[in-house]
Design a protein around this ligand. Structure first.
Ligand code: NOJ
Ligand code: MG
Length: 534
């Protein structure tokens, strides 16, 4: 039973949010691609696991050049995924299981086969002429300025019908929408209402920091730290990214969602710790939960982690609810970097920090990067900017539900290869093992549900020393101590007062009072200790 807390806030403050790349979760029709009916058939798993909400990567009609972030119609479901009816069934079934649903909102760009772009690109006099970012050629006939696409090459593409260039932050086939145009804004608001009226619980806003580009089209300066970086990052994108005018667009999106009580906006933002606070808003609210990837960017040692966590808490406004993300469809699997023993420690960190935890399907089984042979590469970034080790397919490969050759994911040919079955993490095997990392994720989420202090309590850092990262969570008279051994060797930890062990990451110790105010943490072990009121 969960304890009530004085501080209980909105649902997204208590929720654990699970990102699902639909195409890789569960296939139901043998086409090798995950779909809505497949996900519906896995709701029991989600319920068993204990997540409170799922965020789905784009489900809309799309040529799928960029994992569906190239949308041809915002208000229909891609045929590979199912239909609007299948979506409604999924939504209903997830809600019946008490799981909320967040969709991806991609307001920065469409696919180039979207009806809006077809009309906009047909002539300078079309009704939607100003819905995208159009500009005349430079004097020499070349692109209007030096802006680069994040996926390689110039960000400008010539359109013969208009004898103008259009701007694309990402692929040539993903033209950027013009957020200075009130009609376009209204059209996106309609798209949001279409899904909100169907009952979705919120959106994850894609690329929210780049919605507005400099009106004067000034050249981006050279990036002084360009060395070794992939070509698209060799400029400092001051005139294309994180423009102050962008915040007004986010505030507009927020106003739309505020018309629907109880719905939530999270979003991909300029994630640097010194900028993230701005995405919560000041006098006008922006996102409820700007996604914070700082744990993924930190060095993996106790001192660096403490500094990372403290810097983030200090950087966000007082009223802001924190967010912690440990994986995602654009991020390299952290288990590959820190290894499974520390992945368990990270799970405990994620579920015991103050703030909303987000993780990506597969993180709960300690999934690592899946090797993708060159002829199977899908990610357009890797195709256009090869050689930097930044391919995103290894994280996006299908879920491995069991140890059969297609992992229980599909009866057909999977769209991306699965991890080879020998030794690969899979759900079924870990469900049978009471000490698996999957069992740990589940136990941590259960503990979080039971202890209001872990969800809403205050956060007090203790000095990270001797490879141990430690902090207290406090709620009224309740206190919980979390101590995480980042080293592979044992480390002693002392505290004051009497304590009761609630959980070890090893899942092999009973929950019981501890005889002393100290504990010998085993290598790679994290513990949660409830302290008696002093
Ligand atoms: C952000 C998405 O997370 C990423 O996967 C995608 O490639 C870009 N937006 C462009 O659509
Ligand atoms: Mg399918």
């Amino acid at each position: 039973m969960s304890e009530a807390s004085r501080n209980e806030g909105a649902w997204w403050e208590s929720a654990v949010i699970y990102e699902i790349a639909l195409i890789s979760f569960q296939d139901s029709d043998g086409d090798g691609k995950g779909d809505l009916a497949g996900l519906t058939s896995r709701i029991d798993y989600l319920k068993w696991l204990g997540v409170d909400a799922v965020w789905l990567t784009p489900v809309y009609k799309s040529p799928f050049r960029d994992l569906g972030y190239d949308i041809s119609d915002y208000c229909s479901i891609d045929r590979a995924f199912g239909s609007l009816e299948a979506f409604d069934r999924l939504l209903k079934a997830l809600h019946a299981a008490d799981i909320r649903v967040i969709l991806d909102l991609v307001p920065n760009h469409t696919a180039n086969d979207h009806a809006w772009f077809i009309e906009s690109s047909s002539s300078r006099n079309s009704a939607k002429a100003d819905w995208y970012i159009w500009a005349d050629a430079a004097e020499n006939g070349g692109p209007p300025n030096n802006w680069l696409s994040r996926f390689g090459g110039s960000g400008w593409e010539w359109c013969e019908a208009r004898r103008q260039y259009y701007y694309h932050s990402f692929l040539v086939e993903q033209p950027d929408l013009n957020w200075r145009n009130p009609q376009l804004r209204a059209a996106i608001a309609d798209v949001m209402r279409f899904w909100l009226d169907r009952g979705v619980d919120g959106f994850r806003v894609d690329a929210s920091a780049v919605l507005i580009k400099d009106a004067l089209l000034r050249d981006n300066p050279h990036n002084p730290q360009a060395k070794g970086k992939p070509p698209p990052q060799r400029q400092t994108p001051v005139f294309t990214d994180d423009r102050p005018e962008t915040m007004d667009c986010i505030e507009f999106i927020r106003e739309v969602i505020d018309g629907y009580p109880g719905r939530m906006l999270c979003g991909e933002v300029q994630g640097k710790t010194d900028r993230i606070g701005h995405f919560y808003g000041n006098d006008r609210p922006r996102l409820h939960l700007p996604l914070n990837f700082a744990l993924l960017d930190s060095q993996w040692d106790a001192l660096s982690l403490q500094a990372t966590i403290d810097a983030y808490f200090n950087a966000i406004p007082d009223h802001a609810w924190p967010v912690w993300v440990i994986g995602g469809h654009d991020k390299q699997r952290i288990a590959s970097q820190i290894g499974e023993p520390q992945m368990r420690v990270l799970a405990m960190l994620l579920m015991t920090l103050r703030g909303t935890p987000f993780f990506f399907m597969g993180d709960e089984i300690g999934r690592k990067r899946v090797p993708i042979p060159p002829d199977r590469v899908h990610d357009p970034f890797e195709k256009l900017v090869p050689g930097y080790g930044l391919c995103r397919d290894p994280e996006r490969a299908p879920m491995r539900w069991d140890d059969s050759s297609n992992g229980g994911f599909t009866t057909g040919d999977p769209w991306l290869p699965l991890e080879p079955r020998d030794g690969a993490a899979n759900v079924a095997a870990q469900q049978r093992d009471p000490r698996s990392i999957l069992a740990l994720f589940r136990a941590l989420m259960r503990l979080r549900r039971e202890r209001a202090c872990l969800r809403h309590g205050g956060y007090e850092p203790l000095r990270a020393q001797n490879d141990v990262l430690a902090y207290r969570r406090t709620d009224g008279g309740k206190e919980i101590l979390v101590a995480l051994n980042i080293a592979a060797e044992p480390r002693k930890l002392h505290w004051q007062g009497r304590g009761r062990l609630l959980m070890s990451t090893h899942l092999d110790l009973p929950s019981e009072p501890l005889p002393d105010a100290s504990i010998l943490l085993r290598g790679n072990e994290g513990v949660i200790i409830e302290l008696e009121p002093r």
